[in-house]
Design a protein around this ligand. Sequence first.
Ligand SMILES: [Zn+2]
Ligand SMILES: [Zn+2]
Length: 157
Amino acid sequence: MTRTTTREAGFAECAQVDIDDLLRSHGLRPTKARRLLLAHLKSTTRHPSAEEITDQLRRDGVGIGVATVYQNLSRLVDAGLLIRLSGSNGCSRYDADVSSHDHAVCERCGRVADFDPGPRVRNALEEVSPCDTGLGEWSLTRTSVEMLGICPECRAS
Ligand SMILES: [Zn+2]
Ligand SMILES: [Zn+2]
């Protein structure tokens, strides 16, 4: 199991042309919105929601509508370039790290952080077969552990 641990370091040298190639290799035309969204999500580990992404892009001087953001995030998820996570408050969050990895969710603010549950848990998850879990008709694409808790910022406030 390979894990992406150097995402931010990797993105520093990831030029626009790589984003374009990535989009094309996943069957998507590299439009301005898709480039921006993918580049933004690859530069952060915050697992932002569509609203947070829109706000951040606007703060960066990019005028983009929330409908355009939603629509293109969906295309990127369908193409396998992003993972959509269901947040604790029903609002989806997005992750450009599509490798198998696990998330801790703050029950107060909904913030999502990556964590590593260690090799024993990972190995156990990889051995899960649909038949053992009452999901005999399913084909599993990904397994993950979700930890719920209160994040450091919420604990401090
Ligand atoms: Zn929190
Ligand atoms: Zn993640």
